[in-house]
Design a binder for this molecule. Sequence first.
Ligand SMILES: [Mn+2]
Length: 408
Amino acid sequence: MGFRFAHIADCHIGAWVDPRMKELPLINFERAIEISIERNVDFVLISGDLFNTALPGIDLVTRVVKGLKALNNKGIRVYAIAGSHDFSPSGKTMLNLLEETGLIIMPTKNEVENDKLVLQYIKDKSGAKITGIIGRRNVLDKAYYEMLLRERLESEEGFKIFMFHNAIAELKEKGFEQMEALPISMLPKNQDYYAGGHVHSPLCKDIEGFGRIVFTGPLFPANFKELEKLKTGSFYINDVEGKEIKTEKIEIMPKNIFSINLDCNGKTPQEVYETIIKEINDKEFNETILMIRLFGELSTGKINDIDFRTIFEIAYDKSAYFVMKNTYKLETKKSEVVKKETNISVEELENQIIKESVKENEKISKERQIEIAKAMLQLFAKEKHEGETQKDFEKRIIEEAKQILDYE
Ligand SMILES: [Mn+2]
């Protein structure tokens, strides 16, 4: 008598800002649920980062609840742990609310006995035993692993699943060198399935003495770089017979992707513009996300001299679903200013760029220019209040801008 379960992680619902992109992680979440129901899974695991933030918008929560309810109606259990993203600094998470409603079960209940963290397995109706440790930002969860009474989990009988949300040092792939990670020795040994989250790259590996370790990859890529690299969202479905697990990766992507990767070294903004136009002119972009990445050093002019507005207009006329550009690695000829150091905070970087950009001016002192620039940056980061109309919001921002500029 076997059973089947789905393993999902890193849905990052709410990660994209634009409404059209924001919709895609939701579509993939709903699709993963649909597939899980079609495939008659006994239960679903969600290994952290269901939401991108601790307090996601009501519309997002509603859609997620609807999906969970569909599973519930079919008698499919959902086991979820919180990840580094769906946790506020004070330890609050929307998952607590979902648990209260009975839509999810959090298999992370624990006790501290003689300074040791004791976890209990929850026994699912299928017979699987499930436990886990939540993920925290900045690997704060490492402390839990340090306290963990591993022997208790290692000696338990039956088919055991350990859910976690952290990277494993020995399994880090290229490109993840910077990511903090736990040494594998901190995990309890002798589990059948390690349902991982946190690493946004799919991986399935059997490790001697441990068991099958699976990272699902994001259910929908959470940013430009991930979308460019992975081109799809993914999750896993597992068939279990005794101690045998058949693991199947499922890829889901609601849109096509078309990438333009252009070396702009020695090109003028006009030449860059013309090259992109040539690339897109003979194409249609139905249901396609157009991704434009520019890199290298322009021979003249500024990045903003590239006529992106027309490029975007043409692409949307060719019915692109969404167009995005990335000029992070594009430099202008004289831009010592933007030779970014990676180890400084955003604020420090802003201050540095502002300082290097202000020029001597008869009317306004350098200090005053810096003060204005900083105040303006803060002002433009402000968001609309709950219930405030666009018009009132604009008025408020303009008024505050006038105050900053001392403008009557
Ligand atoms: Mn994540």
